[in-house]
Design a protein around this ligand. Structure first.
Ligand code: GDP
Length: 384
């Protein structure tokens, strides 16, 4: 999971630790980071922010070379963490319970392109709310795509939930309104509205969602994005956010996402949080988005507790040790390189008959001969 993103961030940390930190080297490492992040589906404006933030931190600080790797890693963690924090946090169940106390149904409209997993995610959320003891009614307000109503009806049958549907081609806003009226009259806690994911044109689609929104006044609009569709998903999020102004997202198919950039990009581009992540095709395969889990997937858990930047930063140059005094020239060591050192010429002549061999050619031979002569000098000429 998220292997590309993990690699991109790990490469930039080691990249900096292997280079000098002059302007040219910093640019080189950041360029490589840019390429890696593009391959991880991180949107260009997010890449620019990451690069700017890193550059500013590195240039503005005096980090010791040995600390640069943790410094870069910590800077990236802080950037990502702040991005998610700035988008805020939404607790869907708490919000529904809040509204429930005023005896009003909480209305959620799901928006997104066909095929992203919108219907499946709606069913997963319905199941989750049911498990939280909240009552749910579903509005089949995609009256455009053939099969959409049947697909939703299959989910509600399996989950034993009430569905409000009309015929294909009927007004989706009217279907949504019917569901809200049903919820009010039956004291249902929550209405989940499915919407079309494609129409003749994108503006038709946005107008239709705007009409539903105007009629039922939802408490929350949730964008559903497919993490496997990479930058397409980010572009869809940007467009839907501009037109529909959704409050949060569900990111589907995270179980199969090797790149990992979509979550960060959607949150940064829309400044809204991801509330749930789809991790499979079963109803229970949905989890709350968790910043810490994301960071652990990308940076590996054990290393997250690196010292804070202020701890790493070296504001004062480290005191340099006093320079060592130049060593006094030492007298020639007693052990000379010459193996014959200490043997007089007379001794050599004296024992010349004992080594009737050509003069030694290697150091080893010379050493061996010198040792023999020294032994003869010490022990006397060996007896024949
Ligand atoms: P819609 O057209 O947006 O309503 O998409 P669907 O709900 O029909 O889903 C499209 C396909 O994606 C289906 O085969 C789903 O089972 C599958 N799907 C949805 N969410 C996930 C998920 O989180 N993980 C995986 N692996 N598949 C998913």
């Amino acid at each position: 999971m998220f292997d590309n993103l993990k690699k991109a961030f790990s490469n930039v940390s080691t990249g900096f630790s292997e280079k000098d930190l002059n302007e040219k080297d910093i640019e080189d490492v950041l360029f490589e980071l840019e390429i890696n992040l593009l391959e991880s589906d991180v949107a260009t404006e997010v890449i620019d922010s990451i690069k700017d933030s890193l550059k500013e931190k590195i240039i503005g600080s005096r980090v010791e070379k040995k600390n640069i790797q943790s410094f870069v890693k910590q800077s990236l963690i802080e950037f990502i963490s702040e991005t998610f924090d700035n988008a805020g946090h939404i607790d869907l169940v708490a919000r529904i319970n809040e509204k429930k106390s005023s005896n009003e149904p909480f209305i959620v409209v799901f928006v997104g392109i066909n095929g992203t997993g919108k219907t499946t995610s709606l069913a997963k959320v319905a199941n989750m709310l049911k498990n939280e003891k909240l009552s749910v009614v579903i509005a089949a307000a995609d009256t455009y795509r053939a099969g959409a109503i049947e697909q939703l009806r299959e989910h509600t049958n399996r989950l034993n939930l009430k569905i409000i549907a009309q015929n294909y081609g009927s007004d989706p806003a009217a279907v949504a309104k019917d569901a809200v009226l049903y919820a009010k009259s039956h004291k249902v806690d929550c209405v989940l509205v499915d919407t079309a994911g494609r129409m003749q044109t994108s503006s038709n689609l946005m107008e239709q969602i705007a009409k539903i929104t105007k009629v039922v006044k939802p408490d929350m609009k949730i964008f559903v994005g497919d993490s496997l569709a990479g930058n397409d998903t980010v572009n869809q999020a940007r467009e839907f956010h501009k037109q529909v102004n959704f409050e949060c997202s569900i990111l589907t198919k995270s179980d199969a996402d090797a790149r990992g950039g979509a979550a960060l990009s959607i949150v940064k581009v829309t400044s809204t949080p991801i509330i749930f992540v789809g991790i499979g095709q079963e109803y229970d395969d949905i989890v709350k988005f968790n910043k810490q889990t994301f960071l652990e997937n990308v940076f590996e858990s054990t290393d997250i507790d690196v010292p804070s930047i202020s701890e790493i930063k070296v504001s004062e140059p480290e005191p340099q040790p006093e320079p060592e005094p130049e060593p006094e020239p030492q007298p020639e060591s007693e052990e000379s390189d010459d193996p014959f050192n200490g043997i007089e010429t007379d001794d050599i002549n004296n024992y010349a008959d004992m080594y009737d061999i050509p003069p030694p050619e290697t150091d080893n031979e010379a050493k061996k001969l010198a040792n023999q002569i020294k032994k003869w000098i010490k022990d006397g000429r060996p007896k024949p």
